[in-house]
Design a protein around this ligand. Sequence first.
Ligand code: THU
Length: 135
Amino acid sequence: MQEDMQDYGMLIQAAFRAREFSYSPYSRFRVGAALLCRDGAVFTGCNIENRAYGPTNCAERTAIFKAVSEGKREFAAIAIVGGAQGQQPDWCYPCGVCRQVMAEFCDADSFRIICAKSAEEFRVYTLRELLPEMF
Ligand code: THU
């Protein structure tokens, strides 16, 4: 458990670094994610918005698609941090689309979703908790 918490701290910090790259001029809601592969590799992502709104990509999917596009498909956990620009990060939960993308690649019971306000303050969920009765 102690080891888990340490890993989550590193992953959360990686998510905060990724959040710095958030491109979110329309919502001004900045999100970062860090995806831990089962082999220990980490892929980060930020939200990337678009003037047409619809093509916007969430931080979580950016990280997952980066990983899958480089041959990774086995994932252990994802840390997510987000909040309004210029304010303290708030709890930021993955949207329904990102949960469904996680369902494609992640084990419902062992994959951990870590929603964090800081490296010390975080909540841990399984995918099944956040997406019950999944397709
Ligand atoms: N967003 C994410 O990147 N991840 C989430 O978990 C929630 C929402 C982004 C999408 C959009 O750029 C902005 O946050 C506001 O919805």
